[in-house]
Structure formats: C-alpha cells, structure tokens
Design a binder for this molecule. Structure first.
Ligand code: OAD
Length: 252
C-alpha cells in the first residue's frame, strides 16, 4: 500500500541495520534538472534508444552518438547534486556496510561524496577507444565541440562513452558485487527507478528473497511496487533527507 510518508518500521530497521543497499535510477537526479528516461518529456521520448544507445548506431554514425553523449555530459556537469544525493552520502556514513548501486551515469552521486558505489551502467564523464580500449583524454575529445569526430591518438579508433548500451554486458564483476550486497542487506532502498531495465530491476527482488525489508521511494508506484514491503510516494530530494535525519536521531 503506497504511503506519502515513510513508516516507523523503515526508520527502526535502518537505524538497527548493519547491512544496507540502495539502488538509484534517473528519478534521484530529476530534482537536479536532469531529464529521466521514461517520464513525460524524458530522454527516450525525444530520442530513440535504437538510434543512439547501441554499438551499431555508434559505428553507423559515431559523430551523432558522440555529440549526443557530449551534450548529456555537459548538461550533467552543469547541474549540481541535490539533497537526495547528499542524504545517501550521510546514510553511507551511518551504516557499517552500505553499498550504493546506481543505474545513473551522470556522476552526481560521486560529486555529492558517495564513496562505496557500484556503477551498473557506467559513467558519462569517462570515454575510451572502441578499438584499443585506451581511456580518452580531454584533448582527444575536443573535435566534438566543433562538429568533428573524436578519435584515439594511439590507434585512430573512434572514442565511445564508458556507458552500457542496449545489448551490452554490464561491467565485469559489478553486478555480482551489487547482487551480493542485495542478498546480505537487511534493508534495501529502491529510489527513483521505474524498475523495468534488467538486471538492475531484479536487485530489489533479490534483496527481498534474501530477507531484506524493501522500500521504494518514487513519485509514483514502479513496476516492482507490488513486490516490496513499503512504497513511499514522494520526491527523493524531500523523502531521503527526512528519512536519513530520522535514522540519524534514532542511531544516536
Ligand atoms: P526511468 O526514466 O525509467 O524512471 C525514472 C523513475 O523516477 C520513474 O519511476 C519516476 O516515477 C521516478 N521519479 C521521477 N522524478 C522523481 C523524483 N523527484 N523522486 C523520486 N522518483 C522520481 O529511469 P531509470 O529507472 O533510471 O539504461 O531507467 C533505467 C535505465 O533505463 C537507465 O539506466 C538507462 C535507461 O535505458 C541504460 O542506458 C543502459
């Protein structure tokens, strides 16, 4: 049953827990001004994933795909972490074993100060050569700004963003790390994600199977809302600071 406020049970459990994991999606960055994927006006309404977010599209038109990701990277760098990101940094400091698992590539969690993080879908601030794998330098990226193509200075290969595209595997080991944290979590938070993209969307369910109390924080019920213990309806940037403050007071 969705609620507008979080329960005492959630606060108590978080205050007692040694092991907590949180999964975030685009919704946590919405209040920073970064569009989500599936909400009205979201990125997948304006751009088709099959035209931009896969390797075939990139090889067909590297200039277009590089320009789109550079635009998204610049937008992300112009925005600032919001109170939701900051509350998760504080929660990390309160819980002995805390893992933040994110589907976001916008680097806002890192800029807020989160340290223990599993980046499931990569990070838009990094790029590498599709042929030799060398990490790209800012210098190599400069042609994009004037409508050119960024190529590797070592081998001439096209430079791609370090993000996971449709049809690609997640970075090695990251899903295993996230899965283990979900399984040992006493409390699992699913925040600002529509929970439709797997394997990430399976993590709250894995946590539930492992015995965790699973709470969702979202402005509307997601695809997994029916399977979790508690749905808190609200903006992550408002719910999380209040929740973490309540947990801090209880832990003190
Ligand atoms: P979506 O755009 O699918 O979902 C965003 C979710 O955030 C929705 O459930 C919204 O209701 C919720 N939301 C919006 N504003 C919010 C707020 N202020 N507070 C809390 N919740 C809010 O984004 P993701 O679930 O992150 O993958 O999408 C998952 C993956 O699909 C992305 O990582 C990306 C995309 O294809 C890849 O690029 C591989």
């Amino acid at each position: 049953m969705p609620h507008r406020a979080f329960s005492h049970e959630l606060v108590d459990r978080l205050a007692r827990a040694q092991h907590v994991a949180a999964l975030t999606g685009a919704g946590i960055s919405a209040e920073s001004g970064i569009p989500t994927f599936r909400d009205p006006g979201g990125l997948w309404e304006q751009f088709k994933p099959e035209e931009l977010a896969n390797v075939q599209a990139f090889l067909r038109n590297p200039k277009l795909v590089q320009a789109w990701y550079t635009h998204r990277r610049n937008v992300a760098l112009e925005k600032a972490p919001n109170p939701g990101h900051k509350a998760l940094v504080e929660l990390e400091g309160l819980v002995p074993d805390f893992l933040l698992i994110t589907q976001n590539v916008d680097h806002l969690h890192q800029r807020a100060g989160s340290k223990r993080m599993a980046e499931l879908h990569g990070n838009i601030t990094r790029s590498y050569c599709i042929d030799c794998g060398k990490t790209a330098t800012e210098q190599e990226m400069t042609p994009i700004a004037s409508g050119g193509v960024a190529q590797c200075s070592a081998c001439g290969g096209y430079i791609r963003p370090d993000v996971v595209w449709f049809g690609e595997m997640l970075p090695e080991g990251v899903m295993e790390w996230a899965g283990e944290a979900a399984q040992r979590a006493e409390v699992f938070l699913s925040i600002g994600t529509s929970a439709v993209v797997y394997p990430a969307a399976g993590l709250p369910l894995l946590a539930k199977e492992g015995g965790a109390y699973v709470a969702e924080i979202n402005i509307e019920a997601s695809a997994i809302a029916g399977y979790v213990d508690e749905v808190v309806l609200g903006k992550a940037g408002e719910v999380l600071p209040a929740l973490v403050q309540a947990v801090r007071e209880k832990r003190a």
